[in-house]
Design a binder for this molecule. Structure first.
Ligand code: GTP
Ligand code: SPV
Ligand code: MN
Length: 605
């Protein structure tokens, strides 16, 4: 039964049913009975069915399920992701583009009758707390129960999402997904930002198919934000409660698999805990931000769960994330311990299961398999966990108004050049720093891993329009916010020594850097003015308890600004702006080029 009388929703569902021709249409109301029935259905599929999900050990992992996607379908596919605006210029140089009519003509035959013999699930969902002025409604049509069960964790899903839509509103995002044959040659992740529409076909994995996430909450939403005066960013949101009881809210943009979930759930080192510091998680991947009535920038997390990288998550690196995964969680492409019917991934502990199933489904001897160089879990294997499981979830998580942001941090994986932390001189310089984010690629997207690439604002794969206009939007937002704008910082947890070892301990110790950032916001610590920005003065990064690991010499290396490396960095940014962006139809704001000139002049003064 249809769960809304909104005419636009009903007309569109009818149209997509006529196209895809499912045997049955089921509206997802979000009730426990319905979720339980779908879980029973998908877990009773025969072994070998690619859609099958498995029930895990219900004593150790109550409510938890396990799934493997096909080996050709384990990450986002950036080369098959399109932004179909009416002109190529509107999509800009960082996106694949095709004319919307041409793309629809190409994909319509693929969708024609694709759901014959199957059920179409109609998923209403809200990105953001229902009723929040910052929230938005989406509807995803899918033939995958795996998608329904994941959307149930990642969004506020079900009938309630329609509450504020009314009968005639057209303000909802239309997502059409079919796993089809999971054929990589016909896999397309396509956005029509001018029509609030997403078409995804031939994938069954994560960011390609949970259409509320990267497709809506970043690509479509960034386009909406540009037109409506707000920002959709690839950022975690955290709150640091200080000993005086005040909480400072910070967002941070790092590229995929570069540490957002880890920073969002950080546990402060002992000394900080003794002093009364606490960290609260508001979000781990996406922030929607808009100026509030008081002129400050407010952020909500549009999601309701975490789709986190499993490998590397352990009791030491991120105990809060591990705790999130102990109930009502879906694990995708991790390894199974067949003896206990529980899950395992690289660096979970030092005891890989002997009787293991690796991520492709083969039964193996875990330790032997690893000794031969194999991965038991795929490097981009993930957990889908409800936010409410998080031991440090912020009391403001469901606040419809969001939280006021004091600092914005950019960062990436940089073996050299970029210091542990520095602060921009102002918002425009901070926007330049965001535009200059480069990072080594990771397993979160298909393609080579470890290659340095430009990833402005950690948004290269997610900006739903022309990157030059996106930078201009950042500058406009700064003007609107004026002296209430958050301060902008850059961090790098990934600096290496000559042997390729990380020289900063990272994880919980990143609190030491947050501490400096908060003090800069509060105006309680001075800084060193350098060519690239404000750096911590000697001794101002607290190393109490890690003096053996982070000696004064190491701290000097962490905070070094090498003139030659930075001149090379500036030269590369000039090349990037002109060759990769301007020459290919991206309008680089003059203010950003001026920042390059200023940094260069300061470096060589
Ligand atoms: P997406 O979900 O893909 O957007 O990733 P993310 O940015 O949330 O990354 P996540 O926190 O899951 O971390 C990804 C990888 O980086 C994991 O293997 C972590 O162990 C590693 N990592 C995270 N923080 C640190 C850090 O401070 N230092 C080091 N050396 N590694 C880190
Ligand atoms: C990322 O790649 O940045 C993710 C995972 O957060 S996915 O949802 O697949 O995009
Ligand atoms: Mn992400």
């Amino acid at each position: 039964m249809a769960l809304t009388n909104n005419k636009n929703v009903l007309a569109w569902v009818d149209e997509m049913v006529a196209l895809t021709k499912p045997d049955k249409v089921v509206w997802i109301d979000g009730s426990k009975e319905q979720i339980d029935a779908l879980t029973a259905e998908v877990t009773s599929l025969p072994d070998g069915d690619p859609n099958k999900m498995y029930v895990l050990n219900q004593e150790e992992l109550p409510g938890c399920l396990y799934h493997r996607t096909l080996p050709n379908d384990v990450a986002r596919v950036e080369d098959r992701t399109f932004i179909c605006t009416s002109t190529k210029e509107a999509a800009g140089p960082t996106n694949n583009w095709m004319d919307p009519a041409e793309m629809k003509a190409k994909l319509t035959p693929l969708y024609d009758g694709v759901m014959k013999g199957q059920t179409m699930y109609v998923i209403p969902y809200s990105m953001g707390p229902i009723g929040s002025p910052l929230a938005k409604v989406g509807v995803e049509l899918t033939d995958s129960i795996y998608v329904v069960l994941n959307m149930n964790i990642m969004t506020r899903m079900g009938k309630a999402a329609f509450e504020n839509l009314g009968e005639t509103s057209n303000d909802f995002v239309r997502g059409l997904h079919s796993k089809a044959n999971v054929d990589p040659e016909n896999r397309y992740i396509v956005h029509f930002p001018e029509e609030n529409t997403i078409w995804s076909i031939n994938s069954a994995y994560g960011g390609n198919v949970l259409l509320g996430k990267k497709c809506f909450a970043l690509r479509i939403a960034s386009f909406q934000g540009k037109n409506e005066g707000w920002m959709a960013e690839h950022m975690l949101i955290l709150g640091v409660q200080k000993p005086n009881g005040e909480t400072t809210y910070i967002t941070a943009a790092f590229p995929s698999a570069c540490g957002k979930t880890n920073l969002a759930m950080l546990i402060p080192p002992e000394g900080y805990q003794k002093d009364g510091y606490k960290v609260f998680t508001v979000g781990d991947d996406i922030a929607w931000m808009k100026p509030g009535a008081d002129g400050r920038l407010y952020a909500i997390n549009p999601e309701n769960g975490f789709f986190g990288v499993a490998p590397g998550t352990n009791e030491k690196s991120n105990p809060n994330a591990l705790a999130c995964t102990k109930k009502n969680t879906i694990f995708t492409n991790v390894a199974l311990n067949n003896e206990t019917n529980t899950v395992w991934w690289e660096k979970l502990d030092k005891n890989p299961p002997v009787d293991a199933t690796e991520w492709k489904g083969a039964k193996v001897n875990g330790p032997e398999y690893i000794a031969q160089g194999g991965n038991l879990a795929h490097p981009n294997s993930r957990f889908t966990a409800p936010a409410e499981n998080c031991p440090c979830i912020s009391p403001e998580f469901n606040n419809p108004a969001g939280v006021p942001i004091s600092a914005i941090i950019f960062g990436g994986r940089r073996a050299s050049t970029t210091p542990l932390v520095y602060q921009s001189f102002d918002w425009t310089h901070g926007t330049y720093i965001g535009s200059a984010v480069s990072s080594e690629t990771t397993a979160a997207a298909t393609g080579a891993v470890g290659v340095l690439r430009h990833d402005p604002m950690a948004m290269k794969p997610f900006i739903g329009y022309n990157v030059g206009d996106y930078w201009a939007h950042w500058l406009e937002m700064g003007e609107k916010l004026g002296d209430k704008a958050p301060k902008i910082f850059n961090v790098n947890w990934f600096k290496q020594d000559e042997n390729g070892n990380f020289i900063w301990p990272g994880f919980g110790d990143n609190m030491r850097v947050l501490d400096w950032i908060i003090k800069r916001c509060d105006g309680t610590v001075d800084a060193e003015e350098t060519a690239i920005g404000y750096l911590p003065k000697k001794g101002d990064i607290n190393v109490e308890g890690i003096e053996d690991e982070v000696t004064p010499e190491i701290m000097d290396k962490l905070l070094a600004v090498d003139k030659d490396l930075w001149n090379a960095e500036i030269a590369e940014m000039r090349r990037y702006y002109s060759e990769d962006i301007a020459a290919k139809g991206g309008h680089v704001p003059a203010e950003l080029v001026a920042e390059l000139d200023k940094i260069e002049a300061r470096l060589n003064a």
